[in-house]
Design a protein around this ligand. Structure first.
Ligand code: PLZ
Length: 441
């Protein structure tokens, strides 16, 4: 598959065929399944989506950070095609196959921390989080879980309880899992001026000690950079201080790397950006397999092995075709150049985003790492959320063929998760469109 890496609009957005398909969809698909942009995509390559009307859109969201390696990445296409013709299913726990083991081996090799590691594979990010918590509870023989304000961990019953936002994730869907407590996150843009990472960690730790008791906690789960929460990067020292405290209290520290992991931030895992932050388990999904569904829990062997055989599993987990795709992605990262590309994207985008912040008072904060960058919109001269501005800029971008996504507890963040296959030229074109949207507010 080869598609010219260029934005090109031939109809209005959404075009007539998309509008027709959207009508059909609303008749047949449950309305609880939302849509950010009702444009039906027919094919894609690299960083370009082609819709059913023939429009070429720049993908600045990668399906929420999934096609990190690029759409229809040739190695992924090859691996999937070969695997699908050979073996599509056995159920790994009935009769195993090699690609599953290969994925685990590569993840074990790259998870930070000097200890023996093992992995297990699942289908989705939420399922990985669920399993990390099962293992943490089994290992510690404790029940309580702590998560952070603005966090997002999934849509299953347990993970709904772990999310910060009621709407749209939880409203009316209870009762929810118990033994989950939210604690204050380090959010430099909104924390008191000058608050250090250590101070923010002390605030969270005090909260956990008083509300829950360190001795009752099985796991603390944290996104090293929050995804749905708006790419909140904790202040330096926060993750390290938290890590020292969980270690001292026998608590399993789970880094939810579902959105920030796998080359997205210029390292294998976002956790690696802070020295001294040493998660015991990691949950991994999204960017691992070029769009094929697969997820993982990777971590300390003694925690991973704490379940009795048969305690961990699932019919489709680590499916051979998805696993083959994951191996193809992970091997490209190992071969070099992919992590560097994420850092390069930051070097192209960040100065441009910072310049926009200087120019437009609606931009309160620019943050993120690598190819995971965001703008937080405020009412000029304040830190109050401005979701109306975000809605307008996103609408403008979509109508002009740039797919961007929002984020944040208040819906006032625009996040950028471009594929690492994107060219500088496309990036600049996308940013020109976004900036024109901001200028026209
Ligand atoms: N943990 C950190 O970002 C998924 C949600 C898309 P699943 N985020 C995108 C939507 O609207 O459902 C996510 C995440 C973090 C866990 C998850 C959950 O991953 O693969 O969607 O289950």
């Amino acid at each position: 598959m080869s598609i010219e890496q260029k934005r090109n609009l031939v109809t209005s957005i959404p075009g007539p065929k998309s509008q027709e398909l959207q009508k059909h969809r609303l008749e047949h698909v449950g309305h609880g399944v939302g849509t950010t942009l009702p444009v039906f995509i027919d094919s894609a390559h690299g960083a370009i989506l082609v819709d059913v009307d023939g429009n070429q859109l720049i993908d600045m969201g990668s399906g929420i950070g999934v096609t990190t390696i690029g759409h229809t990445n040739p190695d992924v296409v090859k691996a999937v095609t070969e695997q699908v013709a050979k073996l599509t299913h056995t159920l790994f726990t009935v009769t195993p196959y090699s690609p599953y083991v290969e994925v685990c081996e590569i993840l074990n090799r790259h998870m930070p921390g000097k200890f023996v590691k093992r992995s297990a594979l699942f289908n989705s990010g939420a399922e990985a989080v669920e399993n990390a918590i099962k293992l943490a509870r089994k290992f510690t023989k404790r029940n309580e879980i702590a998560v952070f304000d603005h966090a997002y961990h999934g849509r299953t019953n347990l993970t709904m309880a772990m999310n910060f936002k009621n709407m749209p994730y939880a409203d009316g869907f209870g009762p929810f899992a118990s033994s989950v407590t939210h604690v204050p996150m380090s959010y430099p843009f909104h924390d008191p001026a000058g608050m250090t990472g250590e101070e923010a960690a002390t605030r969270a730790i005090t909260y956990m000690e008083k509300r829950i008791g360190g001795n009752n906690l099985a796991a603390v789960v944290i996104e090293p950079i929050q995804g749905e929460g708006g790419f909140v990067v904790p202040a330096p020292g926060f993750l390290r201080t938290l890590s020292a405290w969980t270690k001292a209290n026998g608590i399993v520290l789970v880094a939810d790397e579902v959105q920030a992991g796998i080359a997205r931030t210029g390292k294998w895992f976002a956790s690696e950006h802070e020295e001294g932050f040493e998660p015991d388990l990691m949950t991994i999904a999204k960017g691992i397999a070029g769009g094929m569904p697969i997820s993982a829990v990777t971590g300390r062997a003694e925690i991973m092995d704490s379940s009795h055989p048969g305690g961990i599993g699932g019919t489709f987990g680590g499916n051979p075709v998805s696993a083959a795709a994951a191996v193809a992605v992970l091997k490209q990262i190992e071969a070099g150049g992919v992590l560097e590309k994420a850092s390069h994207i930051e070097s192209v985008m960040k100065p441009r985003l910072l310049a926009m912040k200087e120019k437009y008072q609606v931009i309160g904060d620019v943050r993120g790492r690598g190819a995971m960058l965001a703008l937080e919109f405020v009412k000029p001269g304040t830190r109050e959320p401005n979701s109306a501005a975000v809605d307008a800029v996103i609408k403008h971008s979509h109508q002009n063929g740039v797919v961007v996504l929002n984020a944040g507890t208040y819906g006032n963040v625009i996040r950028f998760l471009p594929s690492l296959a994107i060219s500088d030229e496309l990036l600049r074109d996308a940013l020109d469109v976004v900036e024109a949207g901001i200028a026209s507010l």
